[in-house]
Design a protein around this ligand. Structure first.
Ligand code: URA
Length: 212
């Protein structure tokens, strides 16, 4: 597994506002959106493209366009939905599949409660959107799900990661045959005994959408 912590002053600035408990939901949603677009720029560095001949007003040249099959963006419900627009801004022609995963607050184990994805993801690059890489359980389950469907290259975009989550994810993936990359805005200090990232930003879903 490859881990990429994006080091950029604008990323740090937006993340600081997200972390602040005084930031209201509308501002939190807007900054999540902007931050994801910055992370998406890094996360799509190896998106597959193929050559394309075009003609400029001055003459012919060869450029590139996104290769087929198109990338698949997979927000993990519910908090990952808050990252979708920011991602699609850079990849407007990608397809979107949904994965609903919930973690048991006692055992912290992740399970799938909903999915809307093609049966066959062969040859697809998948971009998983999950704001908080905390215990790593949700992301590991999502990556295993996508791999079982045939995805052959998976990049997870997370606003924040905890060292425990990264270690657990690496252990869960083991000698995973499919390349997995995690792109995040920061590696935080630790998890607390409730499985929250410290210092973190609290419950990402609640801060995006309110407590439900
Ligand atoms: N999920 C969240 O929303 N926040 C955390 O800190 C950990 C998991």
């Amino acid at each position: 597994m490859r881990l990429h912590v994006v080091n950029h002053p604008l990323v740090s600035h937006k993340l600081t506002v997200l972390r602040n408990q005084d930031t209201d939901s509308p501002t939190f949603r807007r900054l999540t959106d902007e931050l994801v677009t910055l992370l998406a720029y890094e996360a799509t560095r190896e998106v597959r493209v193929e050559p394309m001949d075009i003609t400029t007003p001055v003459g012919p040249t060869t450029g590139v366009h996104l290769a087929q099959p198109k990338p698949m963006v997979v927000p993990i419900l519910r908090a990952g939905l808050g990252m979708l627009d920011g991602m699609m801004r850079l990849l407007p022609t990608a397809e979107v599949g949904f994965l609903g995963m919930v973690r048991n607050e006692q055992t912290l184990a992740a399970s799938t409660y909903a999915e809307r994805l093609p049966e066959d993801l062969s040859g697809r690059q998948c971009y998983v959107l999950d704001p908080m890489l905390a215990t790593g359980g949700t992301l590991a389950a999502a990556i295993q799900f996508l791999t079982m469907r045939g995805a052959d290259d998976i990049t997870a975009i997370c606003l924040l990661a905890a060292p425990e989550g990264v270690d657990n994810l690496e252990a869960a993936l083991g000698d995973h045959a499919v390349p997995v990359t995690v792109v995040t805005a920061a590696m935080d200090e630790k998890l607390n005994d409730k499985g929250y990232i410290v210092p973190g930003l609290g419950d990402a879903g609640d801060r995006l959408y309110g407590v439900a």
